[in-house]
Write a protein of this length. Structure first.
Length: 243
């Protein structure tokens, strides 16, 4: 998703909006929020010196993929068969799956990879989870999944599948657990940069900001509904507990 404010573009829908915005203009200022390395994906020349007409915010969602699997394993240690859900059209999918595979081998887990790129795919994904006797689900970072977080949380609960996702909105919407960068913080930085650009500063002079604030949110209501007991050690590390 992208929005135009005066003479600039705010691309807050990840690479799905940032890359088309960059391709569309080299003159209108652009501020983005992405969950990938913006240098690796060609959005900017470097973090400190973005260059051109674009700058923004980079979150740590992809880098935290292994931690999601570790936290889910800590919460549901009996689940030796897990699944990772990715959007196959996402530029982050390959990195997510590679890191998940390494972590799964370390933890002694069997991993199944499932794909969803449209809302119509969700029912078949959860049907497959039951067929494979999957004990827990990691939902990979992706703007599409974020937009459908409430639906995914409801489906996971309905099918009795413990699931984790890297934004707090998932747990707030009824998901079991979330661990990831603060979306609110990324929007705050985007707002500051938008204001500064509208006042005359150039994107090339504004370094890409990395959101380092990470939040662990646990939904005890959902845990109870799933018949899970959250370890005290995990509760003690939570930034927020929903009761």
């Amino acid at each position: 998703m992208a929005a135009t404010f005066g003479l600039m573009i705010a691309a807050f829908g990840g690479t799905a909006s940032a890359l088309p915005a960059k391709a569309a203009t080299n003159s209108i200022p652009i501020v983005f929020s992405v969950a990938v390395d913006p240098v690796e994906f060609g959005l900017v020349d470097s973090l400190n010196r973005p260059g051109g007409n674009i700058t923004g915010v980079a979150l740590l969602s992809v880098q935290l993929g292994p931690k999601l699997l570790e936290l889910l394993h800590e919460l549901v240690p009996a689940a030796t068969v897990v699944a990772v859900l990715v959007n196959p059209t996402s530029p982050m999918a390959e990195t997510l799956l590679r890191d998940a595979g390494v972590t799964a081998r370390t933890l002694g887990l069997q991993v199944h990879v499932l794909h969803a790129k449209t809302e119509r795919d969700f029912d078949s994904v959860f049907a497959t989870l039951l067929q494979l006797r999957v004990g827990a689900l990691v939902i990979g970072a992706d703007a599409f999944f974020t937009d459908h977080g409430k639906q995914l949380a409801a489906l996971a609960l309905r099918h009795g599948v413990p699931a984790i996702y890297p934004t707090r909105e998932f747990a707030m919407s009824g998901g079991l657990i979330s661990y990831g960068p603060s979306i609110t913080e990324s929007w705050r930085v985007m707002g500051i940069y938008t204001s500064r650009i509208l006042k005359g500063e150039k994107p090339a002079d504004l370094p890409v900001q990395q959101v380092t604030k990470v939040e662990l949110v646990i939904n005890l209501i959902t845990a109870k509904a799933l018949g899970l007991t959250v370890p005290p050690s995990l509760l003690a590390r939570a930034d927020e507990v929903i009761e």
